[in-house]
Structures are given as structure tokens and as C-alpha cells.
Design a protein around this ligand. Structure first.
Ligand SMILES: C[S@@+](CC[C@H](N)C(=O)[O-])C[C@H]1O[C@@H](n2cnc3c(N)ncnc32)[C@H](O)[C@@H]1O
Length: 236
């Protein structure tokens, strides 16, 4: 149970539909799919609703990432947001250490608080900052034994408007930028990407003679998103 405190400015726990801004209302109606413990006081910024990974998807991703080589015992969540994935990684019990990086202090406050709701906040090292500098500087040593997970913002052209989403124009970070920054510090990198992502662009990152695993994560018979697994993961 999280301690009962008031959320900071810009952070909310919307209890009733009439409090919810119009653009968020679709997501708020799915709140128990996003966080099954929503009523225990989950905090969200208005932006976080658009990017949070729903709990069943986050749990399945955590299960799949657990197949990383056993020598990898640290997990780094490079874009923690409101904590959807970070909490699932902590609940999985697979990792000796978990680092959660988030540059928006309000989103980070949500993630920490939400992890308290799920009873795992003390298992996570919280870092407010920019992943692209935190990873090669503060976490350089840890990253060698870590799997790096990234669920970046999917900005740029609206991905639902295209049959195939061009990962080169994803904003603010392209696939190339994400790959280069994260694979420079760790051999196991997983990216959570739009379901329509261009598979040809992803295939470029397959090592010669090795397969590159891509998995769709579905709810109610429809893909919510895909993950690309770069590095070694046991076949499942
Ligand atoms: C799609 S959301 C992540 C959602 C998260 N997986 C969850 O389930 O709540 C992307 C997050 O990345 C953060 N972000 C963007 N650029 C960043 C950077 N360079 N370093 C750290 N965080 C960043 C944004 O503030 C946003 O909260």
C-alpha cells in the first residue's frame, strides 16, 4: 500500500469521469487494464496516459525478457514513464537490480508512487535524467551486465495513419539513435515500438546468421505494440 499523500501539481488520480480531460477519457475508461490496482491510488500525468504500457502487456514483456542470458542480472528501463514496465520487471523477481530512468520529474513521481502501490518501489533505483547521458556516464559499468529496455515516445507522424510506420522519422528519437545509444552500452536491447513498425528497418539490426526476434503483444485479439529483441534470448 502506498502512503496516503496528495499528488504534486500536474499529477492526478482521477476518480470520476467528470474530472477527466476529454482527450484522456478513452484511456481512463481502460484504467483497470492499465493498472489493475488503479483504485489503490495510482498517479498519472495527463501525458503519461498516452504512453503507459497496460499491465498484462507489461507482465508478458517482463516474462519474455527474463529469457535473457543468466549473466545479465540487471535491468535498465530507459524511459520509465508512469512505471508500467518498471513495476512489471520488479514484480517478475528476475533481476538483482533495476534502474528506472525518466527525464520528466512529474512522470518519475508517478512511477515511484505507483511502484509503492504495487509494493516494489524499494526494489528500484530511480534516476531523474536523460537516458542518453545517464547510460554512458552514471550507468556505464552496470550496463555491461544489464538488459536495456526502452519504450520511447512514438512521436512524429501519427503511427496509426500509416500501414507501415517509418522508424527513421519517429520522434524525438529514431530507431537508429535508440539502437546506437543503447547497444553501445549493452549487448541485449529491447525496444517497445508501434505495432505497424517497418520490419525491414528492424531486420537491418539482425547479426549475420542470427535471428532477430520480434513479438506482437496483444489484448482482446489485437496487437497493442511490438517488441524487438536485439541480442541473445532463449527461443520460446
Ligand atoms: C512512452 S513513455 C514510457 C511509458 C512507460 N513504459 C510506462 O509504462 O509508463 C516515454 C517516456 O520517456 C520519457 N523520456 C523521453 N525522452 C527521455 C530521455 N531522453 N531520457 C529519459 N526519459 C525520457 C518521457 O518523459 C516519457 O515519460
Amino acid at each position: 500500500m502506498a502512503p496516503v499523500t496528495d499528488p504534486p501539481e500536474g499529477v492526478h488520480h482521477y476518480e470520476t469521469a467528470d474530472e477527466v480531460p476529454f482527450e484522456i477519457s478513452k484511456y481512463w475508461h481502460q484504467r483497470y487494464e492499465i493498472f489493475s490496482k488503479y483504485d489503490e491510488g495510482i498517479w498519472m500525468t495527463d501525458d503519461a496516459w498516452f504512453g503507459v504500457t497496460p499491465e498484462p502487456v507489461a507482465r508478458k514483456i517482463a516474462q519474455d525478457i527474463a529469457n535473457a542470458p543468466k549473466s545479465k542480472n540487471i535491468l535498465i528501463d530507459a524511459f520509465a514513464g508512469a512505471g508500467g514496465n518498471t513495476i512489471a520487471f520488479a514484480l517478475s523477481g528476475r533481476w538483482n537490480q533495476i534502474f528506472a530512468i525518466e527525464k520528466d520529474p512529474k512522470a518519475l513521481a508517478c512511477a515511484k508512487h505507483n511502484a509503492e502501490v504495487y509494493g516494489v518501489a524499494k526494489k528500484i533505483w530511480w534516476i531523474e535524467g536523460d537516458s542518453f547521458t545517464v547510460l554512458p556516464k552514471r550507468l556505464k559499468q552496470s550496463a555491461k551486465n544489464a538488459v536495456v529496455f526502452g519504450s520511447p515516445p512514438w512521436g512524429g507522424p501519427t503511427y496509426t495513419d500509416f500501414e507501415v510506420f517509418d522508424l527513421a522519422v519517429m520522434q524525438p528519437y529514431s530507431l537508429q539513435q535508440l539502437h546506437d545509444a543503447f547497444s553501445a552500452v549493452s549487448s541485449e536491447v529491447i525496444l517497445y515500438l508501434p505495432r505497424t513498425s517497418d520490419l525491414q528497418q528492424l531486420a537491418k539490426y539482425a547479426k549475420k546468421g542470427e535471428k532477430l526476434k520480434v513479438a506482437h503483444y496483444c489484448m482482446r485479439g489485437a496487437s497493442k505494440a511490438m517488441c524487438v529483441f536485439m541480442g541473445t534470448f532463449e527461443a520460446d
